[in-house]
Design a protein around this ligand. Structure first.
Ligand SMILES: [Zn+2]
Length: 401
């Protein structure tokens, strides 16, 4: 049983409703949230100085194995299609000497200092890299267990039907520690929607794991694939365990297509991940929400072969999504905040999440007076706690044991 003896007090924080509070922590757990000044005085304290206390951010989609952080800046290799990007990445990957453990480790340290406490990382699985990337990320998961909880998706970045052997590798990846099975453009890359979905859903059912599919395929074709994914999800009883990342098609189709696709997604409890990308169409967040479809956020590519941009700051990600969706009113800005906190926490199944007694003491202190202001200003210099321990003080990572 965890001790209920207070070990740390975050004193004088601002709750999201504006009330000044003390957060009393016992070990890894929030023991109580009391009016400011009422916490016990005889334990360690962090002076929040009126800053806003929120739960840690939850990264819904990242690629710890892809990032080139730690290397000198590498110019982007041109190529606009998914197939060209896959090819460019493979060529680059063969030349990069710095191991995933180093690059991914840098990314973890960077994002945890921003306030990320849990994440879902996709990891490339193909016949060239095999399970090496998975093994590297499993080592990162172990090495950084005290900073971040890591969930791993076995991701067939080079396709399945066009890269024979990948289906077996996905199966092996789950046996060796991946938490979910991924997928990629069943039509656009594999040219075989049925074959691709058969392969990944077979792995999901066999191992009782969830699914998270990258879907870039556009327009009515992409919408058709979304409905196919929804139909399988329902037929196999996997409601609530399936996500589709990107799903650009949802922003490219007419009302008839949109509503029948959204209805299928809602019925199958399929969540959509968006990173609020550049000129491509984006799933319409509020329209989907109104149709009963959950939309959560992620950073996706950070300084890698797919994108020279990104730093993994989820507050800035919420801001980008807000910009692109024209979120201007306070409730909409607060919703953008939920897209990097409560919503992905529910999608990922993060246990004991949220600022309430009994939950894990995964806390971020932000120099803002409200959630809408936090999204609008994305203040730096954050103080971060994970499992009741100080991870970063005003933006600087604390030394680890
Ligand atoms: Zn991705």
């Amino acid at each position: 049983m965890p001790s209920l003896q207070p070990t740390l007090v975050v004193a004088g924080a601002r709750a999201v409703d504006g009330d000044p509070v003390d957060i009393v922590i016992a070990g890894e757990t929030i023991a109580a949230i009391v009016p400011a000044g009422e916490a016990p005085a005889d334990c360690d304290r962090i002076d929040a100085a009126g800053r806003l206390a929120t739960p840690s951010f939850v990264e819904g989609h990242i690629h710890l194995d892809k990032t080139l952080l730690g290397l000198p800046f590498i110019p982007h290799i041109p190529g606009d299609t998914v197939a060209l990007r896959i090819q460019a990445e493979k060529e680059l990957r063969r030349t990069v000497a710095l191991p995933v453990e180093e690059r991914g480790g840098r990314l973890i340290e960077q994002i945890t200092a921003f306030g990320t406490g849990s994440l879902r990382s996709h990891v490339d699985i193909d016949t060239e890299v095999g399970l090496k990337g998975l093994h590297s990320v499993l080592r990162l998961k172990e090495r950084y267990w005290d900073l971040v909880d890591i969930q791993i998706v076995a991701f067939p970045q080079s396709g399945i039907m066009v890269d024979p052997g990948v289906a077996d590798l996905l199966d092996a990846a789950i046996r060796e520690g991946a938490d979910l099975v991924g997928g990629l453009d069943p039509a656009g890359i594999d040219q075989d929607v049925t074959g691709h979905l058969d392969a990944i859903f077979a792995v999901a059912v066999k191992h009782g794991v969830g699914v998270d599919i990258h879907l870039h395929d556009s327009g009515p074709l992409g919408a058709f694939e979304l409905r196919q994914i929804a139909a399988r999800t329902r037929a196999l009883g996997l409601e609530g365990k399936v996500a589709v990342s990107h799903a650009f098609a949802l922003g490219q189709i007419d009302d008839f297509e949109f509503f029948r696709t959204a209805e299928a997604l809602a019925g199958a409890k399929i969540a959509i991940m968006t990173n609020g990308p550049g000129p491509v169409a984006m799933p319409p967040v509020k329209r989907l929400q109104a149709a009963g479809v959950t939309v959560f956020a992620g950073s996706d590519n950070i300084r890698d072969a797919w994108s020279p941009y990104g730093d993994g700051d989820l507050l800035r990600r919420a801001q980008i999504i807000g910009y692109r969706q024209e979120f201007l009113a306070d409730p909409d800005l607060a919703h953008a905040f939920a897209m990097v906190t409560d919503i992905p926490a529910a999608v990922l199944g993060v246990a004991h999440y949220g600022l309430a007694p009994g939950n894990r003491a995964d806390i971020v202190l932000l120099d803002a007076t409200s959630l809408p202001e936090a999204v609008a200003s994305a203040p730096r210099g954050r103080t971060v706690l994970k499992r009741g321990r100080l991870v970063a003080l005003e933006g600087t990572l604390s030394p680890r044991d």
